[in-house]
Ligand binder design. Structure first.
Ligand SMILES: Cc1cc2nc3c(=O)[nH]c(=O)nc-3n(C[C@H](O)[C@H](O)[C@H](O)COP(=O)(O)OP(=O)(O)OC[C@H]3O[C@@H](n4cnc5c(N)ncnc54)[C@H](O)[C@@H]3O)c2cc1C
Length: 454
């Protein structure tokens, strides 16, 4: 009997397996596709590889003001895809090697929870049954497929793509319709627009980028429009036909023609067909409910990553995996969800952590906010022609930092520092005493702190 069975080899599953193995537990991890899960194979990593190619290409195109006069600049999609495949392969191999180095048994099969056995649970995979004292469910998530007429047929014919297919398309579609203007849709819009597609985004809300600070999402919208991406906001897709997406907006029906359509309206926890009912794991609409230690309602059964529906980000999955394993090992640990950063890796990047003005108002938190153009940061001016924005929110009573939102270069690399300010509940007066390296774009956070009254 293993000390721990891990169902799923994505960020939550592989990290939990690695950490538990490192701590001396005997671990068996089941993965039916590829180790690394959605993140490494069809999510975070391949998308960032494509986006970086788009960024380098755009920088080259815009080199003149910087004295860089390049000729014959082109984005070669075939080479971009070749590099994407190599990056994924390298990282997946790294995950496999680390798991093996920590003594994890890897079973490359679809696995199903079979029920309780004396002292633990059992899992059936292929022709074998495995027993474990503890179980971590880390089956991740899949694209949400709404009941839109023609959608199922579109997925079958290949006209409609999900994240899996769009990241590996061998050719750039002439016209790409994107259903859903959230992070995944926007990142793919950025890449395929740079690669030459005519891109249209159909979004049900009246704004893009979901829960992103509204002022930043409006700025991002302007940037995308300037790049030639077309937006249909407040638009509900009503049908999909071969070569067209039909939608309704402000009471009128409309249609856009496309060579491919990307479905990116959200993701659903993978909770069906994995035998949860055999051991009585509770289920709610978002996924498997868990407490701050990632425990489910069943003793010794944990759930981490997208499957618990809490945040659906790879770095949340990593932390949840650590919290679950620490709890198994009897170490005190807990999840804190209020300072988890989120990033949109487009050009410009958008990164935020903590409350937005909208979320603070909705929760009745009294706050103050201040903002500055990134042009107040010397390095930004030295390296960029355009503009960006940094906004900071503080709790009006306690004067600690509760939100930081940035649109501009390096936002993704700066935001972890902002998360520390929130996580440690630093007050403005104390945060002002921190020294930031100069010249960096990150100094803008410090500048904004000085915009608040003492
Ligand atoms: C296009 C895209 C871009 C993204 N970009 C980012 C980003 O930049 N940053 C970020 O933080 N997040 C990003 N995400 C989200 C991120 O990928 C997920 O949050 C993360 O992968 C969740 O990890 P997980 O371990 O919970 O699940 P997953 O990565 O989904 O892994 C679950 C694994 O379990 C396996 N599995 C499921 N059921 C079984 C079974 N019955 N038997 C055996 N194996 C099974 C699956 O095959 C899968 O490999 C992105 C997602 C997408 C789709």
């Amino acid at each position: 009997m293993f000390d721990l069975l891990v169902l799923g080899g994505g960020p939550a599953g592989y990290l939990a397996a690695e950490r538990a193995g490192h701590a001396g537990l005997s671990v068996c991890c089941f993965e039916m596709r590829e180790l690394g899960g959605v993140c490494l194979n069809e999510g975070c990593v391949p998308s960032k590889s494509l986006l970086n190619s788009a960024k380098i290409y755009e920088h080259a195109l815009q080199g003149e003001p910087f004295g860089v006069l390049a000729k014959g600049i082109a984005l070669d999609h075939t080479l971009v895809q070749k590099r994407r495949a190599k990056v994924v392969q390298t990282l997946v191999a790294g995950v496999r090697a680390k798991m093996r180095a920590n003594g994890v048994t890897i079973v490359r099969e679809q696995a199903v929870i079979d029920g309780f056995v004396p002292g633990g649970v059992s899992i059936r995979a292929g022709d074998s049954v495995y027993e474990g004292k503890r179980l971590l469910i880390a089956t991740g998530s899949s694209p949400a497929i709404p009941p839109i007429p023609g959608l199922a047929e579109g997925l079958e014919t290949g006209f409609v793509l999900t994240n899996r297919e769009v990241l590996t398309l061998p050719e750039v579609p002439e016209r790409l319709a994107i259903i859903g203007g959230g992070v995944i849709g926007l990142e793919m819009a950025a890449y395929y627009r740079a690669a030459g597609s005519h891109v249209s985004v159909v979004e049900m809300l009246d704004h893009i980028a979901g829960p992103t600070d509204r002022e930043l999402s409006d700025l991002l919208l302007s940037e995308y429009k300037a790049k030639g991406v077309e937006f249909y906001l407040g638009a509900k897709v009503t049908a999909i036909e071969d070569g067209a997406v039909r939608f309704e907006r402000a009471g009128s029906a409309a249609l856009i023609g496309a060579d491919k359509a990307l479905l990116s309206i959200g993701r659903r926890a993978n909770v069906h067909g994995i035998g949860l009912e055999t051991i009585g794991v509770e289920l709610i609409a978002a996924g498997i409910p868990t407490d701050a230690q990632c425990r489910t309602n069943v003793p010794n059964v944990y759930a981490a990553g997208d499957v618990n529906g809490q945040s659906m980000l790879a770095h949340t999955a990593y932390r949840e995996a650590e919290v679950a394993v620490n709890t198994m090992l009897g170490k005190k640990d807990r999840m804190r969800y209020h300072a988890i950063p989120s990033v949109i890796y487009t050009s410009p990047e958008v990164a935020g952590v903590g409350h937005t003005g909208e979320s603070a108002a909705a929760e009745g938190v009294a706050f103050e906010s201040r903002k500055l153009s990134l042009r107040y940061a010397g390095r930004f001016v030295a390296e960029n022609e355009g503009d960006g924005l940094c906004k900071v929110l503080i709790d009006a009573a306690h004067r600690n930092i509760i939100g930081v939102h940035i649109i501009g270069p390096y936002a993704s690399e700066m935001i972890w520092g902002a998360a520390q300010l929130i996580e440690t509940e630093l007050r403005v007066a104390d945060a002002r005493e921190l020294v930031f390296p100069h010249p960096t774009v990150s100094e803008i956070i410090r500048e904004v702190l000085f915009e608040f009254d003492d």
